[in-house]
Design a binder for this molecule. Structure first.
Ligand code: GMT
Length: 378
């Protein structure tokens, strides 16, 4: 099939998921057209089945806010008509679902063709930004106008029905991970650079937004560090990073915490880590935690949103209430002091990740797309 994918191209989970989905579909012979303002970060290879349509947003002195959604819809129209796309699959409702609706109407008026639109809801498009009065009417309308709506977890599906007047079924298709890619043997030399004296390695990776509560990560680590020789890697960047760096200095652990910024080779970093910390106030799913589990890292997280759908308390890691840094630290200390338990839980984390392997989820998407297959599509 010829599939158009619109997503954010940045390090966020929705963009990562959309890109990995597109790459996997291209490997299976589908023609995949990415439509976004920048080359997606994980689109770092050549594949003859992958096409990238850059959304250019011309500026003009009148525009304090250049109209991205208009440029996006126009680029969608161009890709649909000139590349004869079978469908559009948009990730993260704002502004992709409404741009897709607009593109669909334009294509219909120009060619008479009705292009199906699939919208995948990811998280804050529903739980935070989308609920804002400024966006809500457009978000509700464009979700309802989608031909198929999917959400990445049961929790997000419930949140969507709770917060929006959705009149259609929402199908849950969970996020996935390419286990083969993440479950590689750790690189010893890399581990030595991070933890030269065999310290335990804790990891956090996110976009450092408020919802991630990155200061809690530092607090948990400071408590662990008091009891156990350990290092913390903070991967990613965002508005809360300076506060987290300040806190690390204030708590006297700055020398054991590395803020390494945005990184592409997450599998190598996750492979050497013992514990992945996810202290978020809310996660619809927590894709980064799943990737860490595939790399045999256990997860210590909050029990917010859809996280319990992947992290099983006492099996693949531990969970605590949002903000309960004392419990999260105790859990970490307990497992880090018990090598046998740590090794067992790492294996269990890996087994849990296998349930969400890319090989299991891609066919579900393909089956969903096949509903919209035209006579001549492959
Ligand atoms: O909503 C966001 O934080 C952005 C979004 C993204 O683009 O990274 O993240 C959401 O989508 C991910 C992929 O489906 C999920 O794994 C994250 O849990 C989810 N984030 C939140 O719900 C906070």
């Amino acid at each position: 099939m010829k599939i158009g994918i619109a997503c954010y191209p940045t390090f966020g989970g929705s963009g990562v998921l959309a890109t990995e989905l597109g790459k996997a579909l291209a490997d299976k012979g589908h023609k995949v057209h990415f439509i976004t303002y920048q080359q997606p970060v994980r689109l770092n290879m050549f594949n003859a089945n992958i096409f990238y349509h850059e959304v250019r947003v011309p500026t003009y002195p009148l525009f304090d806010y250049p109209p991205y959604e208009v440029a996006l819809a126009s680029t969608m129209v161009d890709a649909i008509i000139n590349h004869d796309l079978d469908l559009l699959h948009v990730h993260y409702a704002i502004p992709h679902a409404s741009a897709a609706y607009m593109a669909k109407q334009i294509v219909k008026s120009k060619t008479g063709r009705i292009v199906p639109v699939i919208t995948t809801l990811h998280g804050t498009d529903i739980t935070l930004v989308g609920r804002d009065k400024t966006y809500e009417p457009v978000v509700t309308f464009s979700i309802n106008e989608s031909d198929t709506i999917t959400s990445v977890s049961e929790n997000l599906k419930e949140e969507t029905y709770k917060n929006f007047a959705i009149t259609k079924d929402i199908e849950v298709i969970t996020n996935f991970v390419d286990v083969a890619r993440f479950a590689k043997k750790p690189i010893d030399a890399f581990k030595k650079v991070i933890a030269p004296n065999g310290e335990k390695i804790l990891l956090h990776a996110s976009n450092f937004r408020k919802v991630k509560r990155v200061e809690d990560v530092i607090e948990v680590f400071a408590k662990v560090r008091k009891e156990i020789p350990a290092k913390l890697m903070m991967v990613g960047d965002g508005p809360e990073r300076p506060a987290a760096e300040d806190l690390a200095r204030h708590l006297g652990v700055a020398n054991d915490v590395s803020f390494v910024g945005k990184q592409e080779q997450m599998e190598e970093i996750m492979n050497v880590s013992d514990i992945f910390l996810l202290t978020s106030e809310y996660e619809s799913f927590g894709l980064s935690a799943l990737e860490a589990m595939a790399a045999r890292s256990i997860v210590i997280s909050t029990n917010a949103g859809g996280i319990p759908e992947i992290n099983i308390d006492g099996v693949t890691g531990f969970m605590a209430d949002v903000g309960d840094v004392a419990t999260m630290a105790q859990q970490a200390i307990k497992v880090l002091k018990d090598e046998k338990l740590l090794a067992k839980m790492k294996e269990q984390a890996y087994e849990q990740a296998c349930k969400f392997d890319i090989q299991n989820i891609i066919p579900i998407y393909e089956k969903m797309y096949s509903k919209y297959c035209r006579m001549d599509c492959e």
